[in-house]
Design a protein around this ligand. Structure first.
Ligand code: FES
Length: 101
């Protein structure tokens, strides 16, 4: 079990949007699906594209580099279950998004 570290304020990731943050030197993608926050390692398993700068539709983010897609709730690609982005535990507390690293 890692430590919970503040990534940013919850207001910085509105519903339906995503962004990249750096926490303790690690690049993470934060995704807001209907008010619930999910976090993935920002590095796309294809060739390292920044997932937090992709486009989010429902719970699926599309990588901005070559269009691979991942369900942010599981990290798994809906089209290729062998492709998986690393999930990071996170939660909202006191108006902040905390990630477990
Ligand atoms: S780096 Fe993400 S699809 Fe290629």
């Amino acid at each position: 079990m890692g430590s919970l570290i503040k990534a940013c304020s919850a207001a910085e990731v509105p519903a339906g949007e995503c962004r990249t943050v750096e926490v303790s030197g690690r690049q993470l993608g934060l995704f807001n699906v209907d008010g619930k926050i999910y976090c993935l390692d920002n590095t796309c398993p294809h060739q390292g594209g920044p997932l937090g700068e992709g486009s989010l539709e429902g719970s699926v983010v599309t990588c901005p580099w070559h269009g691979w897609q991942f369900d942010v709730t599981t990290g798994v690609s809906p089209v290729n279950p062998a492709a998986q982005a690393e999930t990071v535990a996170c939660k909202i507390e006191g108006g902040s998004i905390l990630v477990e690293l």
